[in-house]
Design a binder for this molecule. Structure first.
Ligand code: PDD
Length: 287
């Protein structure tokens, strides 16, 4: 249970933490966010997350609410005040609050910053990885700038709900020509019959996942071959293994796509190896 939340310069009790009713994040989804894993009281890949957050802000011309150094201090405070050892930090920056207006506000408009930390039971994702997850493919109906981590998440929310109603834990978005772009809240990967890792190239159709980047570092260190290219649902169904990556799931095996088994229908060895090696390679910093 989150007890203390940082909101615009103050540490508030969870029940009392609030932003303005005319916050642009609320009215226009004019906002970006980040999710960082907390593990054994430390932040995982904080530098990459902060760099991506800075990029998201730049792309939308939202001013940074504070320096990275100050942000790191606040993150540490929020983790400490909530006594989180294992869980996540969630950060959201909106363009700020003011009378509803599609026109962007003038320079000097103050952004809104919210940071919360939440405990998650240690080991939940390792347990889930033992059985793996099912995914459901869904047409990708998101906007054309999925490389920016905005809170405009309604397509992901609805896709995940449809997946869940079909017994799947995650949705895989498929573009107009049949290629899998990414998961609703994860990056999508397959392993070919030859043992090559394949994931969608970095462009405006997918989020440049931090876990994706670190898994690439792990794969390189393990001498594995990686191809950043398109793959279709059909290729994924023929793959030896499939998995998703995200800060919350790390590496999560996918054992079924649209009800059909991937490989032998059990979590694969490569996904397992990447998962085990992940935290040896990821940046672990004070939290
Ligand atoms: N989601 N793609 C999408 C659309 C995502 O929402 C996420 C993360 C990722 C993986 O990115 P990373 O490895 O940096 O977590 C890919 C977060 C966890 C969320 O929305 O909760």
């Amino acid at each position: 249970m989150t007890r203390i939340v940082y909101v615009n310069g103050a540490y508030k009790r969870y029940a009392e933490a609030a932003v303005h009713v005319e916050d642009r994040g609320f009215q226009f989804a004019d906002a970006i966010y980040e999710v960082i894993e907390v593990r054994d009281g430390h932040l995982v890949d904080a530098s990459r997350h902060l760099a991506r957050m800075a990029r998201s802000l730049r792309e939308l011309a939202i001013p940074a609410p504070m320096s990275d150094a100050a942000l790191s201090q606040v993150i540490q405070q929020v983790i400490r005040r909530n006594r989180v050892r294992d869980g996540i930090v969630y950060m959201q920056v909106t363009r700020g609050a003011g009378p509803r207006d599609f026109t962007l506000p003038p320079p000097g408009f103050l952004p809104t910053l919210v940071i919360l930390a939440r405990t998650q039971r240690k080991g939940w994702s390792a347990e889930l990885a033992e059985t793996g997850i099912s995914v459901k493919t869904i047409p990708d109906n998101r906007w054309a700038r999925c490389d920016i981590k905005t809170v405009m998440l309604l397509p992901a929310v609805l896709a995940k709900d449809e997946a869940r109603r079909n017994g799947s834990k995650e949705a895989w978005f498929v573009d107009a020509v049949g290629n899998v772009t990414e998961g609703a809240s994860s990056n999508a990967w397959i392993v070919t019959a030859g043992g090559t890792l394949v994931t969608h190239p970095l462009d405006q159709r997918i989020l440049p996942g931090v876990t994706r980047a670190t898994v690439m570092d792990v794969a390189k260190a393990e001498g594995l071959k990686i191809e950043e290219r398109n793959f279709s649902r059909e290729e994924a169904l023929q793959a030896r293994e499939a998995f998703v990556t995200s800060a919350t799931n790390i590496v999560m095996p996918v054992v079924k796509i649209d009800g059909m088994p991937v490989g032998d229908g059990r979590p694969g060895p490569l996904a397992h190896r990447l998962r085990i090696r992940f935290h040896h390679v990821a940046e672990i910093s004070a939290g």
